[in-house]
Design a protein around this ligand. Structure first.
Ligand code: FE2
Length: 289
């Protein structure tokens, strides 16, 4: 058999990795090469298609900078991110479900007092988000940290939009001694993920829409507990069943209840009308299954 027959090529590559010292790396690379070669055989990849693939990945890399992560977007729209999430968070024990982290998080948001707003320009319909952070046995967790972020009412995150103040619609909040939190955001809107790069072109070529259902992002952490990266989705959003990144989970879909009471609005220092969301987050202790 030729040393370069179709079957022999795969074997040669796998043999070349036989001495890999790190067993996990060896396992991952062996599986990756096996599946990648099988895929190429199955579709009988042409040289033009191979070149297109290389060009696509090159363009994806070129689209990345400190404010844009096209590779995460690529992972998201192919369901890879949510599959990794599902594999790593299998237990159904009452803890808050996780979902996609997304490419728009920025570290360094300001820590704000209980009940403060994350809107720096006062635009959008206010939403008061409040509840508790609890352990799985329903014990309140004091001093838990909620790092929250969302788009403006035009569907853009602040780093996508030069019209918005820096770090607009981002903030960190701590729970009080009873584990309670409260912050004011704006009613989130459905938005299109970035369409001006290779991932957008791929979606278009696949006949897929680029929309995500409206959501607020939260990253919740506390000493001694596993952090959770999650969303609150708006009940009734038209894209809940066709999220471009497959991130929707039923337990994270909540009612955004509209209020017109001036008295209630004054209590939360917001204008009327405003929305209220009440949601308790539940964290697992480190090591808890
Ligand atoms: Fe988002």
């Amino acid at each position: 058999m030729s040393n370069n027959s179709e079957e022999q090529i795969t074997k040669n590559v796998l043999d070349s990795m036989a001495q890999t010292p790190n067993p996990r790396l060896k396992q991952v690379m062996t599986s990756l090469i096996t599946h990648l070669h099988a895929f190429i055989r199955e579709v009988e990849l042409t040289e033009d298609e191979w070149a297109s693939g290389i060009q696509f990945l090159t363009s994806t890399g070129h689209m990345c900078n400190d404010k844009r992560q096209e590779f995460i977007l690529l992972s998201d729209i192919n369901g890879v991110t949510m599959l990794v999430d599902a594999i790593n968070h299998r237990s159904a024990d009452g803890a808050t479900e996780s979902t996609i982290f997304g490419p728009f998080y920025r570290s360094g948001a300001q820590e704000l007092p209980m009940g403060a707003t994350i809107s720096k320009d006062g635009r959008g319909e206010p939403v008061v988000v409040t509840g508790c952070v609890l352990s799985t046995d329903e014990t309140p967790i004091p001093n838990a940290l909620l790092d929250v972020w969302e788009t403006a009412e035009n569907g853009l995150y602040e780093q996508q939009d030069p019209e918005q103040p820096d770090m607009n619609l981002r903030g960190k909040f701590r729970t009080d001694r009873e584990g309670r939190y409260c912050f004011v955001g704006i009613k989130p809107v459905s938005y299109a993920i970035p369409e001006d790069g290779p991932v957008g072109q791929l979606l278009q070529a696949l006949g897929r829409h680029p929309f995500r259902p409206a959501h607020i992002h939260l990253l919740i952490s506390a000493d001694g507990f596993a952090s959770v990266t999650t969303h609150l989705f708006v009940k009734g959003d038209p894209y809940l069943d066709s999220d471009a990144v497959f991130g929707t989970k039923d337990s994270l879909i909540v009612d955004f209840i509209k209020h017109h009471s001036e008295e209630e609005a004054a209590r939360y220092h917001v204008a009327t009308p405003f929305y209220m969301v009440e949601y308790d987050f539940v964290l697992k202790r480190l090591g808890e299954r």
